[in-house]
Design a protein. Sequence first.
Length: 146
Amino acid sequence: MVKKIKEIEWEDGASEVIAFMFIFPLIIFAFLLIIYGMQLSLTAQTLQYTTYSATRAAVISENESTAIDNANAIIDNCMPEGYMNISDANFTYEYVEGNHWLKGNIIKGTVTLNTKLLIPFSRFTNDNGYATLHSSICMMIERPAV
């Protein structure tokens, strides 16, 4: 390959085309990296906003079962199936302080989603090409259990 490159007469007009053929894949790859960065940033921003909204909906609920239902309703509204290649999004929580659904206890709400990214071989992707992203936030329960 190197021998062939050295044999090219670079003073001819065809050498520009050959040089462009060598550089073109790098240009395309750089363009894909820019699009990938934009996609990942937009997905992460939407995930953080949805995590805040879903956890907020959970902490103002009367009990645990309605908290999860309200949080998942917010997730379905903010990130419907197929939006930004999102295939699965769900809400979970754990107690940070306390262990019952009582006013004043603190929970950590987490939204986890699977999304298909433009570059399938990034550090975020798993074996089937989907990236699993998650975001968490801590909030205090505002409504007492009845």
